[in-house]
Design a protein around this ligand. Structure first.
Ligand SMILES: Cc1cc2nc3c(=O)[nH]c(=O)nc-3n(C[C@H](O)[C@H](O)[C@H](O)COP(=O)(O)OP(=O)(O)OC[C@H]3O[C@@H](n4cnc5c(N)ncnc54)[C@H](O)[C@@H]3O)c2cc1C
Length: 260
């Protein structure tokens, strides 16, 4: 769509005339909390035991057997899958593997919407590639306001140190307001903001692979801010890797060896 077509369809946007848009009618927004809840219920239905608030403190392999230690317990197994987000690097290094993973602080916020323009039934989820950076967002869902965040940039952090809350950095709000000012101008009143972490790889592609030295250890990490939607497919790839060592889907682009 050219800029005029976008603005005619969604008057809530303001676009420079040389901008182009690509509308994906099949795209949408995932309700991530309900998704995680469902994954847990299904896993337990198929016999998984989920131990929350049980931090893994050490991982070791001897004679091909896996040993896991938490503060209160030890666990032994035939195989291991590491999918520990910002802490995957820490666990992988316990198995002698250094992964190029950088946890990064990300901030995003909800701004008061004009529900006539930005309601979930009339306004799309969006991503903008601008000269200042890559911004993404959602329409006002259940009256929460328009959600906006920036995909690129962010400070690298230690995931064990308290994550600065939204607003503790001046640019948290300022950066989003300058984007809104230019591209979604009727949305300026901040409702609230939040922060969380991306775990970036140098090429912003995922790591889904077996440990180079242990064929009974699979690792999934480095989702670089765009991995949630792939969770089911990644889960399937990991279980295939552990059970048969191979996948019908080509996952070679996610290999650890690409960083050698
Ligand atoms: C602001 C923001 C917006 C995003 N938007 C999108 C989006 O629109 N679409 C999309 O697809 N993705 C998006 N993402 C990315 C998505 O959230 C991540 O790619 C995805 O959640 C990564 O999943 P994960 O399982 O690797 O890590 P996590 O979800 O972080 O899970 C890792 C888990 O391991 C646990 N853990 C870590 N270490 C240990 C240990 N030693 N012992 C026990 N447990 C441990 C952690 O507590 C955590 O629960 C976004 C991320 C952010 C921050």
């Amino acid at each position: 769509m050219n800029a005029k077509e976008v603005k005619d369809r969604w008057p809530g946007f303001s676009l420079p005339s040389n901008y182009v848009g690509c509308f994906e009618p099949t795209s949408g927004v995932l309700k991530c909390e309900e998704s995680i809840q469902t994954y847990q219920e299904l896993a337990e239905y198929y016999g998984a035991t989920i131990l929350t608030n049980s931090r893994v403190k050490s991982v070791s392999i001897s004679n091909g057997k896996v040993k896991i230690k938490t503060d209160d317990n030890s666990y032994h197994s035939e195989a291991l899958v590491v999918a520990a987000g910002a802490w995957s690097g820490e666990l992988a290094s316990m198995l002698g593997l250094e992964l190029p993973l950088t946890p990064v602080r990300k901030s995003f916020a909800w701004f008061q919407a004009d529900e006539k323009l930005h309601h979930q039934n009339t306004f799309p989820a969006f991503a903008f590639e601008t000269s200042q950076g890559i911004y993404y967002g959602f329409p006002s869902i259940d009256g929460a306001g328009v959600k906006v965040g920036r995909h690129d940039g962010g400070d690298s952090i230690n995931p064990d140190v308290r994550l600065l809350a939204f607003g503790e950095k001046e640019t948290d709000k300022g950066d989003l307001v300058q984007f809104l000012n230019e591209y979604i101008p009727n949305v300026l009143q901040l409702n609230y903001g939040k922060t969380c972490m991306y775990t970036r790889t140098p090429d912003e592609k995922f790591i889904i692979d077996l440990h180079p030295n242990y064929s009974n250890v699979a690792i999934a990490a480095g989702f670089s801010g765009h991995g949630f939607k792939f969770s089911s497919a990644v889960g399937q790839a990991l279980s295939n890797l552990i059970i048969s060592g191979k996948n019908d889907v080509d996952i070679s682009q996610f290999s650890i060896k690409r960083f050698n």
